[in-house]
Design a protein around this ligand. Structure first.
Ligand code: ATP
Length: 198
């Protein structure tokens, strides 16, 4: 059994996340992919009012037609910061574990809480967020070599990047700009109904 893990704040979930999740499923031939919204992200500050349960609902809507994708509240049920190293043991009975992360998180992975323990529990799967010609390439390769020397197993998706962030989308929504290119219709409707990011 091959199990994927994809954690994040998803505030909001966008087509960059969705494209990465689907590429992860198919390129790694996963049997199941668990998408895990965090309660409190350890690596950044959430701006404004945040209701993690609303984010969970939004992420569920985005993936409701995907049979192999399971959106779980495992981190929302835990108090305090959502450390990945404390989440992974929930999945250790699920065969081989692979964790998807984007470039930003990959480059700063060595600042994650107990990151060496994470290397021992799962393989990392990198999805680049910028174009391949990016000036970050050298930095990515250097980090890869360092992490591998510490025992990490690292794969990289070949799918073309879809460069967008939740931060940019929150700004677009607040400014009343069109977000059709970046958000699935069901997510846009949910954000509208709940009055999020205004
Ligand atoms: P923010 O702008 O609020 O920091 P974000 O867009 O980076 O949010 P997160 O929820 O923090 O979204 O991201 C969760 C995971 O998805 C991280 O590993 C991140 O690197 C990855 N990710 C986010 N956007 C993309 C994208 N466009 N392409 C590939 N991976 C992405």
């Amino acid at each position: 059994m091959r199990t994927g893990i994809f954690g994040g704040t998803f505030s909001p979930i966008h087509n960059g996340h969705i494209k990465a999740a689907k590429a992860f499923l198919s390129e790694l031939s996963l049997d199941v992919l668990y998408v895990i919204p965090d309660r409190i992200p350890p690596h950044k500050q959430i701006s404004g009012n945040d209701d993690p349960w609303l984010r969970l609902e939004m992420v569920k809507k985005a993936f409701e037609d995907e049979e192999k994708i399971v959106v779980t509240d495992v981190e929302l049920r835990r108090e305090g910061k959502s450390y990945t190293v404390e989440t992974l043991p929930e999945f250790t009975g699920n065969g081989e574990l692979f964790m998807l992360i984007g470039t930003d998180m990959f480059l700063s992975f060595d600042r994650w809480y107990r990151f060496r323990d994470i290397f021992a529990m799962c393989s990392l799967v990198l999805m680049v967020r910028e174009s391949r010609e990016s000036s970050l390439r050298a930095e990515i390769d250097a980090k890869k070599a360092i992490y591998e020397s510490m025992g990490a197993k690292i794969y990289e998706l070949t799918a073309e990047p879809f460069p967008i962030s939740s931060t940019e989308l929150r700004a677009k929504i607040a400014a009343g700009e069109d977000t059709g290119e970046y958000l699935p219709e069901c997510v846009r409707r949910f954000i509208d109904e709940k009055g999020l990011y205004r």
